[in-house]
Design a protein around this ligand. Structure first.
Ligand code: ZN
Ligand code: ZN
Length: 360
């Protein structure tokens, strides 16, 4: 039997034993080593995000070693040879590659993406010590000697930032970037801006611990939501970026009020990459005229594709010894402390919470 953190009813998580399944042809069974906790797990615990069956294993960010390979599997999804014992990192989405979005638009989310199954069925959820990766689930070999902590430190936020910034047109050398929110997606966007050669990277949040981490991974300036008025933040951004304003604003705040401020902060011919508002239903007023006057583009994005997971994996591996990525992990729990792990995410002290299956 495997051990897993299982959501049994709204707000109630238990550590349970669940069956281990043989891999299917084209799939793999993974012995999970680290599983990141993401805000989406909390949405699921409080049943805010979308419909899914109960009981269900939580977690969609994982790294582990191949325990068994399904028939026909000898390569990962980037064509690298793979064998039992190799470490892999996976994208939790199985695209069908047979729908209009997948095939014609070459976009996401897939209209027929497989969803998480009940806890007693084969599951690729990562808050467990075994994960069953179905046929078609993109997984990638982790290079030998890579820092696992660095890879899991930003979790699904790194592919999210890589994917969102990609669809918003990327970041060119010498551009100026504002990041709204210094949670994992904002920190990931800061890292992407850093390696892309952004000249100024200005990060806005109200959490001092997170703003400090943002500086460590590339923010050139940080602005407090609490201590500065919107007017003062705007002035600080203009001082840093010049009179035409920032080239790119990345919304990673997940709060509706970020949107009108993001439009107001955006520069002439600037772009606005809206990455964090998927869970923030509701309305907010803003002045559409600003889009016209500034020749301003707004681009929303969700559900990074497999290539973004691959790029994120290698970005984390390559940057692990250049910026203190692994230090973004502030809390580490075993599966037996599942409730504590989810509670830690909502505490103001947490940057990244992970499950480490070596903790009993
Ligand atoms: Zn996530
Ligand atoms: Zn599809």
């Amino acid at each position: 039997m495997a051990k897993a953190a299982v959501l049994v009813s709204e707000g109630v998580v238990e550590t349970r034993e669940v069956p281990i399944f043989e891999p299917e042809a084209g799939g793999a069974l993974v012995r999970i080593e680290l599983g990141g906790v993401c805000g989406t797990d909390l949405h699921m615990i409080h049943r805010l995000a979308y419909e899914y069956p109960l009981p269900i294993i939580l977690g969609h960010e994982g790294i582990g070693r191949i325990e068994k390979l399904g028939a026909g599997m000898d390569r990962d999804h980037a064509g690298e040879p793979i064998k039992v014992g190799d470490r892999v990192y996976w994208s939790p989405m199985v695209a069908c590659n047979q729908c209009y979005t997948c095939t014609i638009l070459e976009s996401s989310p897939c209209e027929k993406a497989a969803h998480f199954a009940e806890a007693d069925k084969p599951s690729w959820c990562s808050h467990a010590d075994y994960g069953w990766l179905p046929r078609g689930m993109p997984f990638f070999k982790v290079p030998e000697g890579a820092s696992l902590d660095a890879i899991i430190a930003l979790g699904c936020a790194l592919p999210t930032a890589v994917g969102s910034i990609d669809v918003a047109g990327g970041i060119k050398f010498g551009e100026t970037v504002v990041v709204q929110g210094a949670g994992p997606v904002g920190l990931a966007a800061t890292l992407v801006a850093n390696v892309s050669g952004a000249r100024r990277i200005i990060v806005i949040d109200n959490n001092k611990i997170r703003l400090e981490r943002a500086r460590l991974i590339g923010a050139t300036d940080t602005l407090s939501l609490e201590e500065l008025t919107p007017e003062e933040r705007k002035n600080a951004v203009m001082d840093a970026c010049g009179a035409s304003g920032p080239d790119l604003v990345v919304e990673a705040a997940g709060h509706l009020s970020a949107f009108p401020e993001g439009v107001a902060l955006g520069g002439q011919a600037g772009r606005y990459c809206v990455a964090g508002l998927w869970g923030a239903a509701g309305e907010v007023s803003f002045e559409p005229r600003q889009l016209v006057l500034k020749n301003f583009s707004v681009r929303g994005s969700m559900a990074p594709r497999a290539k973004h997971y691959y790029r994120a994996l290698h970005l984390a591996v390559d940057m692990a010894d250049k910026v203190p990525l692994a230090n973004l992990i502030t809390h580490r729990f075993g599966l037996n402390q599942a409730a504590d792990a989810y509670a830690a995410v909502t505490g103001g002290e947490a940057v990244k919470v992970i499950f480490d299956m070596s903790i009993s």
